[in-house]
Ligand binder design. Sequence first.
Ligand SMILES: Nc1ncnc2c1ncn2[C@@H]1O[C@H](COP(=O)(O)OP(=O)(O)OP(=O)(O)O)[C@@H](O)[C@H]1O
Length: 667
Amino acid sequence: MTPEKLSAASFAGVICSVAILPSVASHFIYFSSPGLVLLWPRRRSLHVCEAEISSSIGLSSTRTVDTSQRRDSTIYNLKCSDAQVGLMGKTLLEFQPKIGDVLSAHKFSLHDVVILKTNKVDQRSCSLGQGVVYSLKDSSITVAFDEIPEDGLNSLMRLEKVANEVTYRRMKDALVQLSKRIQSGPAVDMISVLFGEKPPMFFTKNMHFAPFNENLDHSQRDAVLRALSCGSVFMLHGPPGTGKTTTILEIVLQEVKRGSKILACAASNIAVDNIVERLYPYRVKLVRLGHPARLLPQVLESALDAQVLRTDNSSLANDIRKEMKVLNGKMFKCKDRNTIREIRKELKALAREERRRQQLSVMDVLKNADVVLTTLVGASSRKLETIYFDVVIIDEAAQALEVECWIALLKGSRCILSGDHLQLPPTIQSVEAAKKGFGRTLFERVADLYGEKVMSMLTVQYRMHKLIMDWSSKEFYSGKIQAHANVGNHMLYDLQDVNRTSSTEPTLILVDIAGYDIEEKKDEEGSTMNEGEALIAISHALRLAESGVRASDIGIITPYSAQVNYLKVIRGKEAKLKDIEICTVDGFQGREKEAIIISMVRSNPRKEVGFLSDQRRMNVAITRARRQCCLVCDTETASTDSFLRGLVEYFQEHGEYFSASEYGYQT
Ligand SMILES: Nc1ncnc2c1ncn2[C@@H]1O[C@H](COP(=O)(O)OP(=O)(O)OP(=O)(O)O)[C@@H](O)[C@H]1O
């Protein structure tokens, strides 16, 4: 069964019958179809399941220190080193290790949900509080709590990372709703179109618009026009560097102008914040939903919590809280039972009123806003339960799971999906799940279903030199992309303080390691790496830095995480390269650098290329570069794959060819 053949009800039915396997490593969701296992995207580390949270809480008191630490999900022996109130009333507690300067090895990351407990493991220690990781340094971790933990802060503590059950429940709820709302709800038409049961409609009569952004190119204007005229679905296809967000902003502004209420979402917080930041100067009434600890500091002003604090109802609620505090004090001192009973009654009424005022102020802000912005998962917030939207916009839709998208889609009557299905989708680890079609995103599925009937492609790019762009344009976008005049011929040595040298002059460089004694190997965890290639990549970065390129303008990317680790180790020895970024290709999607060095890693006598042959990964890798792209690879191994052979030939034809000997290697 492939997703295209599913109706809305059966799609929801299949996915809703998920069962959770508590025993499997985090991030697994097990579909009821035998053997079908789907792993939610790891790189956003968002998704974990119900059973995990209950088991992690339940098990934590009996687990031994060793087991826990081995799982890297607990940091022990912490002392509270600082407490601040900020982030709209949240308490920020900083924890440092009691012994030493560095936190013990852990796998905590920003925005994880954590529980604070006393350090002792043998007792059935209860939670002192639950919070969200707000900042993370080698020597400290800061957690945002809704309320300041009442006691225990003076003793030694531990932090436990817990599975965030909310994400999983919210996805499941959305699918239950999807199966029920086939006959009703604002999205009823849109659902039928997205499942191929009704044709998509466009209303093109007398459509025109006066752009807020006069610089929009012809493809962006055309896309805005089609978005404004869509009856239920429009897809904005944005190849690398073509200004998807610029176009989305114009669509939002035009929709607001004609009175629409908009829900704008993306899978990641950072993508949502990017829209908030760029929309802010236009003074539209917008509100950003989400835990303040997960938002960029520059968008906090737009956060729901911040706006709620500014409402009249909120200050009334605040007054009530003060009154309650006074009454509580009275009650504790009072000895007379009748008076205590009276005070309790009064407190209850005040608490009810305080809640009502709070809810009113939240509703005031949300109802007043023209644009509500949140992550896809955040769109299931209770606060939005009774609010519907004219348009739901999903940015980065080709990087979101279909299940996530439905959380937001069910809230609106029209939808605009923006993305590029020819770059990397979210990671689906299970081969079997991918084979059964669950690896496909909604964006890809609808693109296949309707193609250009519902989709416009942006065709002018504002990032790359045209030699970098041309390969991607021909391979993936039918040669339709043009480079804007400002970037089409820009060179690395045009940058301020950069000298014109043999390293900065070429736009494309191929460093061929074939024929040298440089081979891939496996690290302890079985990931592939190539030490020789790493040394060449670092040497090239050094040459660029010596020619005046700022280290922060250089990125080294590679498909393999073991190679990332090794590159970071050898970069450590070069002070000049402190600020270069080293990352997997997948992790660098959406980013750019003036100079990109790609270490392909694979070099073996068997001529295996592994997942290098995933064309979309190479599309992402090459198109991260603005002015120079340097490909370090074994051309003999790569050329066994016809797609990669084409890439190598393109670089040979249009770029500089260096052999490894030019980086100090002997045959
Ligand atoms: N019409 C335009 N004229 C000039 N510059 C533009 C135009 N459209 C986009 N840009 C520039 O191109 C760059 C990328 O645009 P934007 O940030 O909107 O794209 P994105 O969707 O976030 O990125 P990508 O297209 O790589 O996914 C920005 O620097 C933006 O200012």
